[in-house]
Every structure is written in structure tokens, then in C-alpha cells.
Design a protein. Structure first.
Length: 178
């Protein structure tokens, strides 16, 4: 017989312990995201995979907000985050800290995520763009590389939080999540 585990059987850490635990060397940048659900869901996924930080850029909504909290379920308290109005300031700052900046975008230079080699000795920052426009045009030239997620159906894009979940999982596997 199979039973679902009860919450207390999952052995999850508390927020205080989460803050002290070593994170994977991954920063998630949200560039002009409109949907508070996408922001909240990204926080929740970042918590699940021990992401170092989220940077909210441009018009991306910031916690605290009831609609973000509905999807984040408290992850805005555990995951470190900051806001920066200008995406290019964020990219340049991350590069100066030694991060390889990877845009999640369909471009003429995109590599399929299945072919992208994640080097476990590097630090990465992944940028997820606006639900309609994608990554800001002014940021494209400053990004080191681009990843695209293969899609086989009729739609040309994935929801931001779904895309972010796929990307965070791939990086988490390669960067040492156990």
C-alpha cells in the first residue's frame, strides 16, 4: 500500500536554517515580469532548488504583496532578493562578480538547453524576460549566451514560471543539488 507523506515526514528545513545552508551558484533575474503569479512561483521554485538569489528588474512586482505570496507560500521570506530598475546595471554587476549571464530566450544565437554545457565550476545568472516581449532589447548585447527550451507543439513559448522551473532544475542538477 502506498501513502502520501505527511508534511512533518518531509523533513523540510525552516527559514532560519535555509538562510545558513550553502546555495547553488545560481542567481535568477526577472526582467520586466508583469504577473505576480510568475514572480511568486519563481520564488517558490528558487526555494526548492536552493537558488542563491532572485533579482527583480524594471516593472517586476516586489514582495510583500498578497498575490505574490499566494504562489510563493512564504518563499519570499527564505530566498534572498533585491530590486534593480535597470537590467543592464544588473547584468554588469553580475559579470563583475564573476557570473556567466545566460538569457532564456529564442534568438539567432540560442543553444537548446539539452545541448548547453553547464560547468559546475562556474557561477551563473539566468534571465527570464517579460511574458510578451521577452528579455529587454537593450540587454541582449550584454548577455553572454542564450538558452532555448525545445518545444514541439503549436505554441511558441512557455509560461515564465514554467520556463524558470525547467531552467532552475537543469542548473540545480548540474551545479550540485543532491
Amino acid at each position: 500500500m502506498v501513502n502520501k507523506l505527511k508534511l512533518e515526514e518531509l523533513n523540510r528545513i525552516d527559514v532560519e536554517t535555509f538562510k545558513k545552508v550553502e546555495k547553488i551558484p545560481l542567481v535568477v533575474v526577472l526582467d520586466n515580469i508583469r504577473s505576480m503569479h510568475n514572480v511568486g512561483a519563481t520564488f517558490r521554485t528558487a526555494d526548492a532548488f536552493l537558488v542563491e538569489k532572485i533579482i527583480l528588474c524594471g516593472i517586476t512586482p516586489q514582495p510583500p504583496h498578497r498575490e505574490i505570496h499566494k504562489a510563493a507560500l512564504g518563499a519570499t521570506e527564505s530566498v534572498d532578493w533585491s530590486h534593480e530598475a535597470d537590467i543592464n546595471v544588473t547584468i554588469n554587476d553580475l559579470k563583475s562578480q564573476g557570473f556567466e549571464v545566460v538569457g532564456i530566450e529564442q534568438t539567432t544565437n540560442s543553444t537548446m538547453i539539452t545541448d548547453f554545457k553547464i560547468d559546475s565550476s562556474k557561477k551563473y545568472a539566468v534571465i527570464l524576460g517579460n511574458e510578451v516581449e521577452g528579455i529587454s532589447d537593450e540587454a541582449l548585447q550584454d548577455i553572454d549566451s542564450f538558452i532555448e527550451i525545445p518545444q514541439l507543439g503549436t505554441k511558441h513559448s512557455l509560461n515564465v514560471s514554467v520556463c524558470g522551473g525547467i531552467v532552475m532544475w537543469e542548473f540545480a542538477k548540474a551545479l550540485g543539488i543532491k
